[in-house]
Design a protein around this ligand. Sequence first.
Ligand code: C2E
Ligand code: CA
Ligand code: CA
Length: 571
Amino acid sequence: MQELLKRQKGLHRTVLIVDDEFIEREILGAMLEDEYTIIYADDGELALDLIKKNRLTLSLIILDLHMPKLDGYDLLEILHSDNELRRIPAIVLTSEKGAEVKSLKLGAADFITKPYDVPDVIRARVQRSIELAEDSVIIHETERDALTGLFNKEFFFEYGKRLDHQNNNMPMDAVVLDINRFHIVNELYGKSYGDLILKKVGSAIHDIVRETGGLACRSGSNRFYIYLPSDLDLDVLIPVYIDNIDKAMGDKKISVRIGIYMDDGSGTDMEHRFDCANLACGKLRSSYTSCYDFYSAELHEKELHHEHLINDMDRALAEKQFKVYFQPKYNIQGDRPVLVSAEALVRWFHPEFGMVSPGEFISLFESNGLIQKLDRYVWSEAAAQIRRWKDEFDFLLPVSVNVSRVDIFDPELNDVLKDITSSNGLDTKDLLLEITESAYTDSTNSKEITQKVTSLRNMGFKIEMDDFGCGYSSLNMLTSLPIDALKLDMKFIRNICNNKKNFKLVGIMVEIARLLEVPVIAEGVETKEQMEMLKSIGCDVIQGYYFSKPVPADDFNRLITAEKEALVKQL
Ligand code: C2E
Ligand code: CA
Ligand code: CA
């Protein structure tokens, strides 16, 4: 821009005349020399040299098509494919009709036919070409990002929408590219290095757009938007683009991430497409290697749903939308099944979504720490229910609660559990704690977990290892873990009746429990056949639909009543 203003402040504009014929050069030069500074070249190669040297000050090129070495067409092609040089207008000198179309296609601004018109006509054409080009430079500079030469965001969306309109909403994909940890690049290596990286990425994006007929802009400091026709095979092309961009940046410490929205024919507008691509890009974690991902509507729906659940959690607790259900556990080793405890399982009665199962929200709440609040609530409800059954039925039924691995790191855990039991007048042994095997094995802090659980056990809480068989603990490790019962994972029970190997496996797990001198609990038992097989191999306790689904406390009352009646009969 500055350059342009300098040139406009009365300085002579410079015109390059390229022709191998001395006479032709002289005639044209004589026509223009009063108004312009003229420089000459007698072949294409020299011309290209002069153009490069004077690229900032040259206002126009007048170009003969037929020359030795590099001819006019080739020179036009070179100029046209160069981002910087293509802004200099070229007028072509020609005597053949067919050449005009070809030169215009190659980006020529105008043409002058030989033999020459009267000088005034030529001067007028020269002046007009220069003015048009200068106007378009001004437009170019307001539309473009100065650093990369790509559109700025505002014009990008304007042209994109125009393109959609002109092309009758031809399918277009949205691609968002971000440079990972760019602020660190700037901080560590300086702003000029950062600018250099941006320029290189910008230039690689220029190439993509040129090859595909798309549009691109820089949006914000290190984010780029690319709008591409959908007929490209992005699955194949994106890795190629990434490779090119990585090569262009030439710095292994810097990587990019790319989010893609593929046109799904829903006719959504350009802004929304880029919102979706932005989401896909944002989800990728910055890494040291470049990566990409596609936007998926279902995944996004799921995320929104999760977000909804997270936002609603506090209110749900306050409004008691969470209900604790109880599922009985029976000891089956005697003549009749004996009710020995129950597991507390939470359900969410959401005003909008209805009953939401814990499978949907437990791991979500584990990932953001909300589980602690919910579990404390469930433990209190479970303890209060043990108290109620004790008071109403004179029946002390220990209840197991699930303790998430996240809870175990809570420094207040021991005090919280102690408070819950003592405030309900219960003994610590009345509350059983279910901790999954994987809590011990997946964690890098398995030693710390073992210490914490040991301290709970020393307080009198009974520990049941939940989902045993999924966590891959070694036998050696198992002997040193603080456990009072092994609870086999449901998936081993599911097909013990029709899969011999599975049955044998369960037998081995029962043997392990014997070795550890703890009882075995099988959960997910749905049929009599399963129950009997488990009984035959020495499984002690059974939990599952065969006896009862998890039910509200009020429905559970009848199981307690039945148990009491059986006890009386036994006497
Ligand atoms: P889990 O601790 O392994 O609980 C057993 C799951 O098996 C429960 O699913 C239960 O309803 C289900 N189940 C019981 N018997 C049968 C059966 O015979 N057949 C089949 N197919 N399923 C049976 P639910 O209630 O959906 O809970 C799923 C998981 O959510 C639980 O698995 C537990 O890990 C977690 N969870 C539930 N409530 C709580 C809670 O209050 N706190 C924490 N931290 N986790 C909880
Ligand atoms: Ca459990
Ligand atoms: Ca389980």
